[in-house]
Design a protein around this ligand. Sequence first.
Ligand code: SDX
Length: 434
Amino acid sequence: MTSKRQKLSLVAEAQTLCELPLYPGTLGPDVIDVQALYQATGLFTYDPGFSSTASCRSAITYIDGDAGVLLYRGYPIEQLAEHCRFLEVCYLILHGELPDPDPLRAFERNITLHTMVHDQLSNFFKGFRRDAHPMAILVGVVGALSAFYHEALDIRSGRDREMSAIRLIAKVPTIVAMCHKYSTGMPFMYPQNRLGYVENFLYMMHATPCDEYRPNPVLVNALDRILILHADHEQNASTSTVRLSGSSGANPYACVSAGIACLWGAAHGGANESVLNMLEEIGDVSRIPAYIARAKDRNDPFRLMGFGHRVYKNYDPRARLMRSTCHEVLNELDLHDDRLFALALELERIALEDDYFIGRKLYPNVDFYSGIVLHALGIPTKLFTALFAMGRTVGWIAHWAEMISDPEHRIGRPRQLYTGPARRDVPAGHRRTR
Ligand code: SDX
């Protein structure tokens, strides 16, 4: 869509305060460039949740929230989830094009050769309680990775940026599996170079030194698709956290660690764990109406976890794909009567017939069904958000690299609407001579 208008005039009391440039995107709304607004008018814009604010230019992902469309580098998520593998999509998100067979093989081999972590990294785990939340460990250990790669932290070097991306995509699954093993008291399992990316992760999660372990190919495919669905999502809270951290020149491991911390929140990636806890708490279809009533009650802080989205005002395309993956996995595992899935389907049906949810365009989001699939795959509930982080690492590092490479980029430093006290002097009673 190209914009016919090139400028927007800001007029107050019949006087033009300033003219602001308008920029069209390839898709989606035009933007008003307000960078000169304060200098020209002494005014700030005010948009605390960034509902109407574009924080950057980006060519990676596009969401049409009203139409329920999600594109990674222009390709619909439905086609990528159906026809591609997660590492292929990682290459696409990082480099902008789907890889030909040889570059894909080289990329996969490079990832494989970096799945092992420095042996001293395991010492970090010993400082955590065995029942520490995996996201607490992940924030710490991923941030600590920068202590092992001093020679490749020059953010101005394309080679170092590429190396950091490879290391993070390769090592986060290993660290997530280590979180799981540490919580069980079982020994860490080293990655196996003979295995594919997702197979390797399930091996490190479920194998022991005492037994052979080969994951079910249907479950490997399902988890591969789940990682594709989580890979990127425009300027969501955690990606914006990575960008803002990176704008100061912080190293990519520290920035991704900040993204992990933000993702942990229940309003964001932590919702997948909250959905499963909510379904367990509801427990039975007969109790759904009471919980729907609570979700609608302004005086009750309870929200229907896995429902609603800042951008999607239509069905989240990832939720639809996640629901079909649910069917596939439950059928493969002969869990047709999985009570949580039946409860989730009934909860969705009732909510989507209720005027409160219809009127606010609240639909299931990516987190609503993901917990049920992950639960069926034998992933402990506490590890759900860590798996979301595994999928989103490529999106975070791609946005970080896009920002660092953008000649326009500068340190992010929002302003504010100040509502505190005007200038005042310290009262005599509080004045002490030093
Ligand atoms: C993710 O940004 C991304 O792209 C995120 C993500 C990604 O891939 O990175 O998609 C991943 O974070 C998905 C969202 C996971 N979170 C949840 O499922 C938690 C439950 N959802 C809500 O907390 C909420 O919907 C948010 C946080 C997702 C969105 O919040 P908004 O955009 O600030 O919406 P809002 O709070 O302004 O809600 C508008 C209205 C309000 O009612 P009114 O004040 O108009 O009367 O809808 C209501 C809200 O109370 N509402 C809900 C609700 N979500 C919104 N009411 C009950 N249950 C809900 N889940």
